[in-house]
Design a protein around this ligand. Structure first.
Ligand code: COI
Length: 352
């Protein structure tokens, strides 16, 4: 007997699904999803369902107070018989930390894997197979109880939805330095993958897009001097041939791709620095040609070259090179994720 239920309609939804040529990032929904409820102090049996609308109480704490945390990870199937997941256990651990920070029940590892693996194996024949493409998995946990009292829900739902995707951004976009608003402050929830952090970033992200940039670069809340991260991505600079990235603090999301790149870069012989990085010092280093390259990374973005950093008045700081070190790291990371190269770190895991 399966450890989870399979709802009527799953076989028909899988049968009907046709993978379109153009995927984008999140534009195409996988035909199935996973759902499990927390009530009476425990997790109930999960169910694999056809992808579709869900019911939520208008007064649920997820909608009223953003009681929602999520993860993003990918299943790859590039020239392989079976899909494989990359560092999924680290996503599980981070979801636990996010849930802890928001005082929500933890999703046990067995349930987390049941969710992501049931969706991945059901969708195995739709996982796009070109390098850089994958099945993006979005596990999320939210408070379902209705009410305005400022306390946590007593009922929750854990879900996994998925999307066949290509990379989040193409080319080498420009990035808008956000000098006024803040994404996260010390003591807040910046290190959790909480929906509220993304809500805080949406106005600056929309404004950046309207100005022709792809994403905003966030600075620290206290002094607006130190680089934190880009919306949904971590930040790297190549300075005098060495790699620099902001050191983690209690406002930066600890990216799993960030950590993978640090490990891979050291493995490839780069000197790597995790340190507080001042934005004005970096801009000077770009002008003086010490900083030769910038890039961002994340599960969605993989490794995204940055062509320039732009001030609010559109003064642009453009390093001499784009996509050299970034391209090398992206190639090494993708080869590992897609199981085209040996995995000395034990990061990949085949889905049965
Ligand atoms: C991810 O990379 O998984 C994220 O959650 C970032 C988002 C911009 C798609």
């Amino acid at each position: 007997m399966s450890a989870y239920d399979i709802a009527p309609g799953v076989a028909a939804a899988l049968e009907r699904f046709v993978l379109p040529e153009k995927l984008g990032f999140g534009a195409v929904n996988a035909p199935v999803m996973f759902s499990a409820e927390w009530r009476d102090g425990q997790w109930q049996r999960g169910t694999l369902l056809p992808y579709g609308r869900i019911e939520v109480w208008p007064g649920s704490r997820a909608l009223q107070y953003a009681e929602l945390v999520f993860e993003g990870l990918k299943a790859y199937q590039v020239g392989q018989a079976r899909p494989n997941l990359f560092r999924a256990q680290d996503n599980c651990r981070r979801m636990e930390r996010s849930a802890q920070r928001l005082s929500m029940p933890l999703v046990p590892e067995a349930l987390f894997f049941q969710g992501i693996e049931s969706v991945t194996s059901a969708c195995a024949r739709f996982i796009p197979g070109r390098s850089g493409q994958s099945l993006y998995l979005r596990p999320f946990l939210y408070g379902t109880e209705s009410g305005y009292l400022l306390r946590n829900s007593h009922t929750f739902r854990f879900m996994v939805i998925a999307n066949p995707v290509e990379s989040y951004a193409t080319g080498a976009p420009t990035v808008a330095i956000e000098r006024r608003e803040v994404r996260a402050a010390p003591g807040g929830i910046g290190t959790a993958k909480a929906a509220a952090n993304y809500a805080a970033s949406l106005r600056a992200s929309s404004a950046a897009l309207a100005r022709g940039h792809t994403v905003a670069l966030w600075l620290d809340a206290a002094e607006h001097r130190y680089i934190q991260e880009l919306s949904g991505m971590n930040f790297f600079a190549v300075i005098d041939g060495e790699l620099h990235t902001p050191e983690l603090d209690d406002a930066i999301l600890p990216g799993i791709t960030r950590d993978s790149l640090l490990t891979l870069a050291r493995h490839l012989g780069y000197v790597v620095h995790e340190r507080p990085m001042q934005i004005d010092e970096l801009l000077k280093q770009i002008e003086q040609r010490h900083c030769s390259e910038l890039f961002a990374c994340g599960t969605a973005a993989i490794v995204m070259p940055i062509a320039a950093l732009a001030e609010p008045d559109e003064r642009a700081y453009r390093p001499e090179r784009t996509d050299e070190v970034a391209a090398q790291l992206r190639a090494a990371l993708l080869a590992l994720q897609e199981r085209r190269a040996p995995d000395p770190f034990g990061w990949t895991r085949e889905v049965a």
